[in-house]
Design a protein around this ligand. Sequence first.
Ligand code: SF4
Ligand code: SF4
Length: 429
Amino acid sequence: MRIKAQVAMVMHLDKCIGCHTCSVTCKNTWTNRPGTEYMWFNNVETRPGPGYPKQWEDTNRFKGGWELKNGKLKLKAGGPITKLANIFYNPDMASMDDYYEPWTYDYDNLIHSPKSENIPVARPKSMITGKYIDKPEWGSNWDDDLAGGSEIVPLDPNVQELQEHISMEYEKTFMMYLPRICEHCLNPSCVASCPSGALYKRDEDGIVLVDQDACRGWRFCTSGCPYHKVYYNWNTHKAEKCNFCYPRTEAGLPTICSETCVGRIRYIGVVLYDADKVKDAASVEDPQDLYEAQLGCFLDPFDPEIQKKAREAGINDAWIESAQESPVYKMAIKWKIALPLHPEYRTMPMVWYVPPLSPIMNHITNEEELSTDGYIPAVDQMRIPMEYLASLLSAGDTEVIRNVLLKLTAMRVYMRGKTVGGIDEFRQS
Ligand code: SF4
Ligand code: SF4
């Protein structure tokens, strides 16, 4: 057994209001320099929608992550030979069009423009070329107001298709927010993709970082990460990514996105895991078994034997105590109400999500379903389709999602009974 400590995050999606405060404070802290204009270490996607970069989950177009070949894990976005062939052109990489050409506004045009028939506007100006952009075609949250219809459950719709479906399926339209940072994976494919060894997973806390001196700008990490969370700085010609605000966490402070989150959706904590189990867990054949396999890597911080071994492995008492109090341990491991994003990528991601509850679609109540044993409208008739949540958080296994939603619904009913109606009346009802 090789015990390691890992800092991780749970995001409670019911509480996200899509205000983007996290993205802006992260940007002001980390990516407000030349070459980083288009980068969002933290971004908030309106789902269903193409996301950022556009259609990043389209595995036909973008590779990244791991696949199983003859029972062994292989990088999907090319090994060393492909790397050599792709020095000048990496076909798996997202282009600037997929991110967006960042622009600022020319306020001079607003203030000093000559008299004319039309009211002057602050014109968008490319932050890369310095030229005016007549009609910006794409931005990181362009899809904010589009959402989708529950019949389609698309992972990567193009905008036009989405609009058509919305008009056809208006009554079934749904949306949710999905904030995203680097997953600081237990089995990071970005690290394995780097020919220079510049990406590494810190031993003490599992944070995945880029050594700026070692980076040679190959950009295999940008295509190797299936979450598209490594970016290329066109000014320094180095890779950059979310660093879990390590200068803050080292000082005992939360990440800036967590500290400033308006909805208080983010929980940070330490978990203990057995590093010897990670490769086997990432190699289980059925993608729907990956979630359970990942859970099997975590260790009980209350177990005296684990504590002893953790100390022998150099993990101090403060970290062990932290693992005991960890909200990530409680929500992801003990209560099992938080799930990993796209476990099928086999990177063992460490940002976990509590799926959102959504209103019940009463107007489409199906009598036949209602009479089915175990059918619970509060869960089975939610506006956000279970299949959609499963495509994000459980490799398509709707039972996993349903179990979480049942727990959340029970807790909500209990708390409502306790605080609104009085728990005794609730029990009687
Ligand atoms: Fe690496 Fe982060 Fe991507 Fe995981 S999510 S592969 S740690 S960049
Ligand atoms: Fe959601 Fe919090 Fe970010 Fe606002 S600050 S968008 S509530 S994660």
